[in-house]
Design a protein around this ligand. Structure first.
Ligand SMILES: [Zn+2]
Length: 150
């Protein structure tokens, strides 16, 4: 790129051409970095204690959708989102394969690591090493909710 620039501008001295060539590239890299750093963190927090549970970028689709509405054997309905990881969750108790919402998966209860509130479930594929979290969306709040214009 540097050499083609010189070919296109044969009259430009190397000493003065160098900063002109380098500057816009470096500037755009810095701009990108600044933009990235200025982006609001996309954390999803425990509604009860504001512990960071997971992040927007951890949202995944299971069986073709991110949000699932399921009912447990006791008749309670839960609307939860599926997440690849949830560092703010602890598994509680054993994994169960009965009454599972996802075929081939066993589940354990997931609690907030900070306040121990029940947030959802950890699902483990029985024949693979993959797993995911189902977290009740009503129990999460965004760290930076979009501003509402008045
Ligand atoms: Zn909590």
């Amino acid at each position: 790129m540097y050499s083609s620039y010189l070919l296109l501008s044969p009259n430009v001295l190397i000493t003065s051409a160098l900063p002109v060539v380098a500057e816009p590239e470096v500037k755009s890299q810095v701009d990108e970095l600044v933009e990235l750093l200025e982006q609001p963190a996309s954390a999803l927090l425990c509604k009860h204690c504001l512990n960071t549970i997971t992040y927007e970028h951890e949202r995944i689709e299971i069986s073709g959708q991110h949000i699932h509405l399921k009912m447990n054997p006791a008749g309670f309905a839960f609307e939860f989102g599926c997440f690849c990881a949830a560092p703010g969750c602890n598994q509680y108790g054993q994994y169960h394969s009965e009454a599972t919402w996802f075929a081939g998966c066993s589940w354990a209860i997931s609690l907030c690591t900070c306040c121990q509130q029940h947030l959802g479930w950890h699902f483990r594929q029985n024949d693979e090493n993959s797993s995911f979290y189902g977290i009740v969306l009503d129990k999460l709040v965004m760290s930076n909710p979009p501003e509402v214009s008045s």
